[in-house]
Write a protein that binds this ligand. Structure first.
Ligand code: MLT
Length: 264
């Protein structure tokens, strides 16, 4: 970790004079999920990652989070680190945070990358699933909750062919504080729907989706991309919900091509 700001663990790589990219990870992961992207991009971009409050090295505190407080944290990172018009890159829950931040303060960003995420809020069935997850964790079954949630995030092939890496991700996720994990679940259940704002996004946007993503399926992400006036949609074959981990070369190429075309 490079620094702690307001109890948020921040990790930076690359030269500060370069264009900044802020990466916002998914649930129930932490900043490590962007390792392959940062390895590839840090020579040309100033890469800023942080652990969402309650996950990884950012303490849960009281554990009462909202999507608004997560967007506040993102804004705080940008302000405290004096990042000038960063590129914003979010996956899944990180995408929910990014979309809400863009809805609130899009003039602070230069462009947007949305990976395996969606603008629609949880429907009743989704909210009930979140409630069941909290019940399971409260009954002492935290590890099984994490195990099955993470399994659902990956494409079958990745799990079969990358057992060691996959187990590392699972164990890392299990090491989170259950209080923080429950806080994130409640924040996701209570988030607003950002779909109506998509047509007002003026940022050049890249939308990346794994062809086997069960949580943010390609059909849903394609509709979202179609609503954003200046968006490119990239489908990554043979990947589930965790495209940056499952298919790093394809994701890195998509990001590089997008940024080069923008002249960054
Ligand atoms: C994530 O990857 O951040 C989560 O799957 C998002 C969700 O559960 O809605």
């Amino acid at each position: 970790m490079n620094t702690m700001i307001n109890n948020l663990a921040i990790f930076t790589e690359g030269d500060k004079i370069n264009k900044p990219i802020v990466f916002v990870h998914g649930f129930p992961f932490d900043h490590f999920m962007w390792d392959e992207q940062v390895k590839d991009l840090n020579k040309n971009y100033y890469c800023v990652r942080y652990d969402i409050r309650g996950l990884g090295a950012s303490p849960a505190g009281g554990g009462q989070f909202t999507m608004e407080s997560f967007a506040d944290d993102l804004e705080m990172v940008i302000d405290e680190m004096n990042l000038s018009k960063p590129i914003l890159c979010g996956l899944s829950m990180g995408g929910y945070i990014s979309l809400r931040a863009v809805e609130r303060i899009q003039n602070k960003f230069s462009s947007l990358i949305l990976c395996d995420t969606k603008s629609v809020a949880d429907d009743n069935e989704g909210k009930l699933k979140r409630a069941a997850a909290i019940k399971q964790i409260n009954s002492g079954d935290f590890e099984n909750f994490v195990q099955s949630f993470v399994l659902n995030c990956f494409g079958e092939r990745y799990v079969k062919e990358n057992k060691t890496d996959y187990e590392t991700v699972v164990n890392r996720s299990k090491s989170n504080d259950p209080v923080g994990v429950k806080g994130c679940i409640l924040a996701m259940a209570g988030r607003t729907d950002t779909t109506n704002f998509l047509k007002n996004i003026i940022l050049p946007t890249l939308v990346i989706c794994g062809s086997q993503d069960k949580l943010s399926p390609p059909a849903v992400m394609q509709v979202m991309a179609d609503e954003i006036p200046n968006a490119n949609f990239i489908l990554v074959e043979e990947a589930g919900h965790m495209t940056p981990i499952e298919k790093p070369e394809a994701v890195n190429k998509a990001i590089r091509d997008f940024l080069l075309e923008l002249g960054y």
